[in-house]
Design a protein around this ligand. Structure first.
Ligand code: ADP
Ligand code: MG
Length: 622
């Protein structure tokens, strides 16, 4: 049974009022009824925690802090310290309410996202508009979104221009300008224009929905530190109960202390030794930082990775779509086959690349689509080879489109082809995509992609943190080195097949480095899985998003830095909390056995430290 934070607060406050009444009666009237009010305070304030403690203890067949606190409170009352027992329960109830508040806060963060997802959409069918349930939209449906409405599905703009506000998903508050062929995401706000959108994904597959599922999952999972603390909790509580028994028996029977002093000290022991603050050291802090991250469009599949991120010392970046914008544009298209003309070739290239989701394929499609005359080309044996390119057969001819490695072009030939088509100063590291027909070079495309504006800043900030930055790309040496230099990464790996990316990540792991890999493509997925922390760009391929541990919903590298800083703050705050709570316990124990700690101060010291620890964790909300 879990009471809401508000209910817990009401109960705790009522307990407080009962305690005050009891205390006033005790002080100013001789009536013995004050005890009744203390009992009421016990019942009302302790109810939630007692039920929770007993249930948890029963389920796990283990002792826990809640139980220990109840014993301590009842023990205090039993030796006549009603007020102290009741205050103990009161503050314990308040700290419970505070913890519940963090949980609900990060829950609300997610719920507020869910409420952003529109339930209905305008479906356009045979030139008429129908109001339909958004969950019934199918890929390929055409929908209309009016100014001021939220976009109900992931899709591609067919008609209209507008500004779209993506802040709910990405934390980016500057609206994005969109036009025909721009991608839009469910849950984002269409600010100004009338849009016609072709739906690309079912509701349950939308970036938005996936984000909600992921954050929900991360929330319900305890990170390793928390699990260790909980394992320790059961043994420790048992130990404290034994120590309390010994404290009653040994000094009493040896005549060192009187029995009443022994009982009193045992009670103080129960109060101050209970590890409430230690148990509250991590979860509130972690939940606070997960909801902070979600607000920035950084999704963790588990809190574990948020914890781990701060220990990363090597980061491998994919090039296309990660360090670069991932909106590559064809700058030069050269057709040089001696028997197949440009007009014959274009529909073939188009038909083949249409099947690929690679950003380079999109660039090529965008270039040749407006020039296309005939359409429909039949192809067979289509194959997408991650890291190399694509191939297919058309009318008995085998076509390959892709890298030098795929098409068998030599490095020397590449240098010549580039110098034939652009001047040296125009070489900004364009990727060359070759097209061969039965292994004879038929065409090549120079495709430029700009380094993201935030890339250099992010890389430099990482280097300041003594993190080694690598770039791993399937592109060939020339383009890779130029982009590597522009992005200022420490090392460049080129012509990487997916397994080469894996091997590089593994090589660094073998050298005891903690490695993060960040990428967007199908070819990055295996390396994302092997890395200690795999980070996917939110607009990347499904394969990358599925395998990654962290998703940057907006392809924004500065968010990686944000996440790392958050992780550092989290680990610092958790360490502070753990050291602080253990020190307070040790100090109070020491004070107890040297007989200069009274029960009221024990209660204040103990509960005060618990509340401080939770408040310290809540700092991570911002
Ligand atoms: P990166 O690792 O930089 O993201 P990829 O490994 O995805 O690059 O691609 C490596 C190379 O494979 C590209 O530079 C390109 O030459 C080729 N390639 C892959 N897919 C395609 C495609 N669909 N069309 C053309 N070329 C492709
Ligand atoms: Mg890529």
């Amino acid at each position: 049974m879990e009471l809401s934070a508000r209910m817990q607060l009401i109960l705790a406050t009522s307990a407080g009022i009962f305690i005050l009444s009891a205390w006033l009666m005790e002080e100013y009237s001789q009536s013995p009824f004050y005890v009744l009010f203390y009992i009421l305070a016990f019942v009302v304030g302790g109810f939630a925690k007692a039920v929770e403690g007993v249930l948890k203890s029963w389920e796990e067949k283990q002792f826990n802090v809640e139980l220990l606190m109840m014993i301590a409170a009842i023990g205090s009352a039993a030796i006549g310290y009603w007020g102290e027992g009741a205050v103990l329960i009161l503050i314990f109830a308040y700290s419970g309410a505070l913890e519940m508040y963090t949980l609900q806060k990060s829950d609300r963060e997610i719920k507020s996202l869910i409420s952003l997802q529109p339930e209905e959409a305008w479906l356009i069918s045979e030139d008429k508009e129908f109001r339909v349930n958004a969950s019934t939209l199918e890929p390929g449906n055409l929908i209309k979104v009016k100014p001021g409405e939220r976009i109900p599905a992931d899709g591609i703009v067919k008609k209209g221009r507008s500004f779209v506000n993506e802040s709910a998903l990405t934390g980016e508050s500057v609206p994005k300008e969109i036009q025909p062929s721009s991608d839009v995401l469910a849950g984002t706000l269409n600010q100004s224009g009338l849009l016609e959108i072709s739906v690309t994904k079912h509701m349950q597959d939308s970036v938005f929905q996936r984000m909600i599922d992921l954050v929900n999952k991360a929330q319900s999972e305890a990170p390793p530190v928390q699990r260790k603390i909980e394992e320790f909790e059961a043994k420790y509580v048992l130990f404290v109960l034994l120590a309390a028994a010994l404290t009653i028996l040994v000094p009493g029977s040896t005549g060192f202390w009187s029995y009443s002093e022994s009982l009193y000290r045992a009670c103080v022991l129960l109060v101050v030794a209970s590890p409430c603050a230690l148990v509250a050291s991590t979860m509130p802090a972690l939940l606070a930082s997960l909801s902070n991250a979600a607000k920035q469009g950084i999704l963790f599949k588990s809190g574990v990775f948020l914890e781990k991120l701060s220990s990363v010392n090597v980061i491998a970046f994919d090039k296309t779509g990660t360090l670069t914008e991932g909106n590559p544009v064809v700058t030069n298209a050269i057709f040089l086959h001696d028997s197949i003309t440009e007009n014959e070739m274009m529909p073939i290239v188009y038909a083949i690349e249409k099947n690929s989701t690679h950003p380079l394929a999109k660039a090529i499609l965008a270039k040749i689509k407006p020039l296309l005359q005939s359409s429909e080309t039949e192809l067979t044996d289509y194959e997408d080879i991650p890291g190399l390119g694509v191939k297919a057969t058309v009318e008995g001819i085998q076509w390959k489109i892709g890298s030098r490695e795929l098409t068998g072009i030599s490095e020397k030939q590449e240098i010549k082809l580039i110098s034939d088509s652009i001047k040296e100063e125009e070489d900004t590291g364009q990727t060359v995509v070759y097209v061969t027909a039965d292994d004879q070079l038929a065409s090549y495309f120079l495709i430029g992609d700009t380094v993201r504006s935030e890339t250099v800043e992010a890389i430099e900030a990482l280097q300041d943190k003594q993190i080694l930055t690598l770039m791993l790309t399937g592109d060939s040496k020339r383009g890779a080195e130029i982009i590597g230099k522009l992005a200022k990464v420490d090392e460049v790996g080129y012509s990487c097949m997916p397994e080469d990316k894996v091997n590089t990540v593994q090589k660094w792991k073998d050298r005891q480095a903690v490695v993060a890999m960040i990428g967007d493509g199908v070819n990055d997925a295996p390396a994302l899985a092997v890395a200690d922390v795999g980070v996917a760009m939110g607009m990347g391929s499904d394969a990358a998003i599925e395998t990654a541990d962290v998703i940057l919903v907006k392809n924004d590298l500065s968010k990686l830095l944000y996440a790392m800083n958050l992780s550092e703050r989290l680990s610092k705050i958790v360490k502070q909390n753990i050291v602080f709570s253990i020190s307070v316990i040790l100090f109070l124990l020491f004070a107890n056995y040297f007989q200069f700690l009274t029960l009221p101060f024990g209660v204040i010291g103990h509960e005060g430290s618990t509340i401080l620890v939770i408040l310290n964790g809540l700092r991570l909300l911002r």
